[in-house]
Write a protein that binds this ligand. Sequence first.
Ligand SMILES: NC(=O)c1ccc[n+]([C@@H]2O[C@H](COP(=O)([O-])OP(=O)(O)OC[C@H]3O[C@@H](n4cnc5c(N)ncnc54)[C@H](O)[C@@H]3O)[C@@H](O)[C@H]2O)c1
Length: 461
Amino acid sequence: MSITRRQFLTTTTSLATAVSVPYFGWQKKTLADESQSKNDRVSIGLIGAGGMGLGNLRAASQWVDVVAIADADAGRASAANNTLSDGKAKEYADYRAILDRKDIDVLHIATPDHWHTKPLVEAMLAGKDVYCEKPLTLTIDEGKLIRKVQKETGRVVQVGTQQRSQFEEFVKAIAMVADGRVGKIKKVTAAIGAGPTCGPLPTVTPPAELDWDRWLGPVPAVDYRYFRKPSSGKKRARPNTNCHYEFRWWYEFSGGKLTDWGAHHVDIAVWALEQAGQAGEHGGPTGIGGKATHPVPFKNGMPVDRDRYNTATAFLLTATYPENVELIIRHDTDNGVTIEGDKGKIFVNRGKLVGAPVEALADDPLPEDAIAKVYKNLPMEADGRKAHWATFLNCVKTRKDPISDVHSHMRALNVCHLAGISARLGRDLTWDATSEQITGDNEANAMLSRPYRKEYKINMG
Ligand SMILES: NC(=O)c1ccc[n+]([C@@H]2O[C@H](COP(=O)([O-])OP(=O)(O)OC[C@H]3O[C@@H](n4cnc5c(N)ncnc54)[C@H](O)[C@@H]3O)[C@@H](O)[C@H]2O)c1
């Protein structure tokens, strides 16, 4: 069970100091209080009104009004409109209509992974601030473009790696690392769970409300696939498809578990290495390799069968950082991050932070500002699912760099993408973090990007 922010404080620092920590803003007028005023509410445009888009904007409903919704599936846009906005938002098939609206400064992008980069880059160029879902990109090169445009435009962009805000256990673990409580890191392990499989799926006509070509967008066109087992009793079987939600398990649209959950736990692992000053001068590994199992054969790094889930189901991949520090990504069920140093070992996940260095905090609490420092001294004004939104909206106001900024996110996501390339090719890779190139392997290096369909090229203005 998740602990409250107040409980968290008291376990992190001594109670006597806890109440005066400015970072949490308990005694201050908070974003939440300020947004009681109607004029202070933020008008939001939502691009991608599926599971996460809905969940996120429900969590942020205290501060935002969703005034525009774009989805390639008109049924989803309309359902989200009823849920989030009492049907009062304007619905669009094409998200670019929202970019043109001068009354909307802030967007939430919660499209599938292959549909993040294009609207995000165009949104930044149109002067919008964006909360974009993880994994931010489908490829390493998309990340280079996003970082460049973010720097040039100065827009506030936060990635949906909410573990940094929503689950205090992670921030506390990182503060412990920064304060030297595990010593010099030797190994960090991100256990992210195994990927699913399914049998061959039939191609069927997409539902009338779904614009399949628009849903595919930048990636090469494939047929729509869908199959739902007949329900047994009251339980409605979840469909297998290459569309809504299940796109994650298709190389065509995503990186499978390696990027879906890797974006969360590898983010924590890399954050730990960075706070320990062990992520290397240019913030990346020197190489990556290991073993992975896919549900279909791969040839030249591409799935041979395209009729069923094809992303890795099992894997043990190791990224090597300077001084042979290992960042391991594995599929084990013990979902979480283990940080091992020469002074001790801690394990952290959503709800658990354990290990001898954690027990030692009872007698030797972290310094008062330990957590504020790793949280970039940003205010944190809400609990639970609201927390990552509160910090984002605060940064929109103050123009500060959010806790899940695109630059730190890409340093972690690059590791996930490299793991995926190594897994698909079945060989070890050498990475030059300075030039952001795979060295000595042209075939692997070509996988840093993917071609966009010409109708869906990014509009650079
Ligand atoms: N932060 C987290 O913990 C977390 C959890 C779940 C999902 N996510 C991320 O959120 C994103 C969405 O995942 P989901 O599970 O909500 O998927 P989903 O399939 O339920 O929703 C995606 C929606 O985007 C729509 N869409 C596709 N192309 C579009 C376009 N061109 N314009 C507008 N809408 C378009 C789809 O029709 C669909 O309604 C993914 O990148 C996923 O990784 C993050």
